[in-house]
Design a binder for this molecule. Structure first.
Ligand SMILES: Cc1cc2nc3c(=O)[nH]c(=O)nc-3n(C[C@H](O)[C@H](O)[C@H](O)COP(=O)(O)OP(=O)(O)OC[C@H]3O[C@@H](n4cnc5c(N)ncnc54)[C@H](O)[C@@H]3O)c2cc1C
Length: 392
């Protein structure tokens, strides 16, 4: 007989696991929730390869709200995700983000600042002199100022958070199956079952697509075109004699970013659109650190002139090519298939709010805590982007 579940979640990294946790908390004990994950080493998923940072400094109010809930959750994650007296190691460091701007970019910072303040984010605009005084290691000569997160922003251990969700969800009765979902079995406006690579078919009342960069292929098997593509992003780890005391996650006007990591720093930059095709490989292009990052780093922080590259890695953003924001909820043609895809570089920090939102859609049939209707399919189908301008 075919095995069947109330909720089947395809993809067990941070989004799938967050959904599993919130569902397990909210549903009656008799409810059956299954996570199906193709690779339980999580070696290549975006979650593991993330820069693992969280900010409230977005240009869209909805993104600010999602991340503010993320912070609230991270602050109490130890207690919420404790199992048998053991708390996950989330390592949340609230050191802030600092967006720098020249005179040309200053009005944009001001506009974003107004959006963020209206949502209650603790952010401050600092003019050049204030910046120079607060961060004496920073070269400020060409800057008008910066926008600094005063609380709630910073970085964490991405794997620690994902593992915390997974462990707690399992302790609350969520099932895990290792395997790749080959196809969603659609019957009219419903998904009746999922089919695995090994031929097994599993029945479902609801399916959640949390497959990251695998989400578009999965959607296609149900006849749905999801505009999400894998785009390569590289992260570089370097050491420097310059300690840059009190360093937040700094975003240079050029797009180069850096932040502390242990005794060193992580840094990177998004490639220009023309060099950003859909990709499948995880190769770090040669010369990127030396040619595209180091000169800017050394100009912004003169002490980084003596930086030494330690290591680097590439990961895949699941980019929503329409507007760089998540596509959340059901497609109008299929009632019981929920999407949470296309995070484009901010899915880790949004995972608590998205996990909770998916739970609300399953349990209550609508959003209750935060109205996230703006992230639904309607904008995609009508080609009306909800564009996020602060994409790092
Ligand atoms: C370099 C880099 C830096 C980033 N920095 C940040 C940051 O600072 N802050 C932030 O918030 N976000 C950041 N992100 C983005 C963030 O990591 C992602 O948005 C988030 O991890 C997405 O989680 P996910 O669970 O949806 O997808 P993933 O982590 O990619 O996981 C998807 C899972 O689904 C599984 N899967 C796929 N297809 C199938 C299938 N058919 N059957 C079964 N399983 C399947 C995969 O094996 C995988 O485990 C970054 C990403 C990268 C690559």
């Amino acid at each position: 007989m075919m095995d069947s579940f109330d909720v089947v979640i395809v993809g067990g990294a941070v989004i799938g696991s967050a959904a599993a946790f919130f569902l397990a908390e909210a549903l009656p004990k008799s409810a059956r929730v299954l996570v199906i994950e193709a690779d339980t080493s999580y070696a290549h998923c975006a979650t593991t390869r993330s820069l693992a940072s969280i900010r409230h400094q977005f240009s869209t109010a909805e993104n600010v709200r999602l991340s503010m809930f993320g912070t609230e959750f991270l602050r109490q994650a130890g207690a919420r995700l404790e199992v048998d007296g053991v708390r996950p190691l989330i390592g949340f460091v609230e050191a802030g983000y600092l967006f720098l701007a020249t005179e040309a970019g200053w009005p944009i910072l001001q506009r974003n600042h107004a959006v963020q303040r209206a949502e209650g984010a603790e952010v401050a605009l600092l003019r050049r002199d204030a910046l120079a005084q607060r961060f004496p290691w920073l070269e400020t000569g060409d800057l008008a100022g910066g926008s600094l997160g005063l609380a709630g922003e910073g970085w964490l251990d991405a794997h620690g958070l994902m593992h915390g969700f997974q462990r707690k969800a399992r302790a609350l009765g969520v099932h895990l199956r290792v395997g790749r979902v080959r196809a969603l079995k659609r019957a009219g406006s419903r998904i009746s079952a999922v089919q695995l690579d090994d031929g097994t078919t599993i029945g479902c009342a609801t399916v959640i697509n949390a497959a990251g960069t695998g989400a578009a292929a999965l959607a296609r098997t149900a006849g749905i075109v999801l505009p999400v593509q894998a785009r390569k992003r590289c992260v570089f780890h370097f050491r420097s004699p310059e300690a840059a005391a009190g360093c937040p996650l700094v975003i240079d006007p050029s797009g180069v970013y850096f932040r502390p990591e242990g005794a060193g720093f992580l840094c990177g930059i998004a490639p220009p659109e023309s060099e950003d095709p859909e990709c499948t490989d995880f190769e770090v292009p040669p010369g990127w650190f030396e040619e595209r990052l180091w000169p800017t780093l050394a100009r912004r922080v003169p002490g980084f002139e003596a930086a030494r590259l330690l290591s680097s890695w590439a990961g895949h953003y699941d980019v929503n090519v329409l507007d760089h924001n998540v596509i959340l909820g059901a497609h109008p043609e299929v009632d019981n298939l929920l999407f949470a895809n296309g995070f484009s570089g901010h899915g880790l920090q949004q995972s608590p709010a998205i996990g909770r939102a998916l739970m609300e859609l399953v349990v209550h049939g609508r959003f209750r805590s935060l109205d996230l209707g703006a992230f639904g399919w309607q904008r995609v189908l009508r080609d009306r982007p909800l564009r996020e301008l602060n994409v790092v």
